[in-house]
Design a protein around this ligand. Structure first.
Ligand SMILES: [Zn+2]
Length: 122
């Protein structure tokens, strides 16, 4: 799976990121750093830091994503349901979207906290 194309800001090499590396932090083994490295100069790019809560949130985000996909089929009218049932599903769909957005924001905040904690060490 191709994750993204990147341009190294140190050596300007263009490269594609196919797989993230991960490393457990020495001072806290519950925290995992996910990163990739420029193949040309070796500069490290941290994608995120994941702790226990981060990983739980990811699992929930994936589960919500599946449910959202099912509900979207109902809302887009591919599955016929009654008016009352439609409203119920529509509200559920919206609250799941909100929950998913909150979890994504929460994970950004978690990752950012560790980015600040570990940035001095290199
Ligand atoms: Zn480079």
């Amino acid at each position: 799976m191709l994750i993204k194309h990147a341009v190294c800001d140190k050596c300007y090499e263009h490269f594609s990121v196919k797989k993230l590396e991960s490393a457990v932090m020495e001072d806290d083994i519950s925290v995992e750093k996910n990163y990739f490295v420029c193949p040309s100069c070796g500069k490290e790019y941290v994608v995120n830091y994941a702790d226990t809560e981060f990983r739980q949130n990811i699992n929930r985000i994936i589960a919500i994503g599946d449910k959202i996909a099912q509900l979207r089929a109902v809302i887009k009218g591919k599955k016929k349901v009654s008016g009352e049932e439609y409203v119920k599903r529509y509200n559920e769909f919206n609250s799941l979207l909100t929950e998913q957005r909150k979890l994504i924001d929460r994970n950004k905040a978690i990752s950012q906290k560790y980015k600040e904690k570990y940035k001095e060490e290199k």
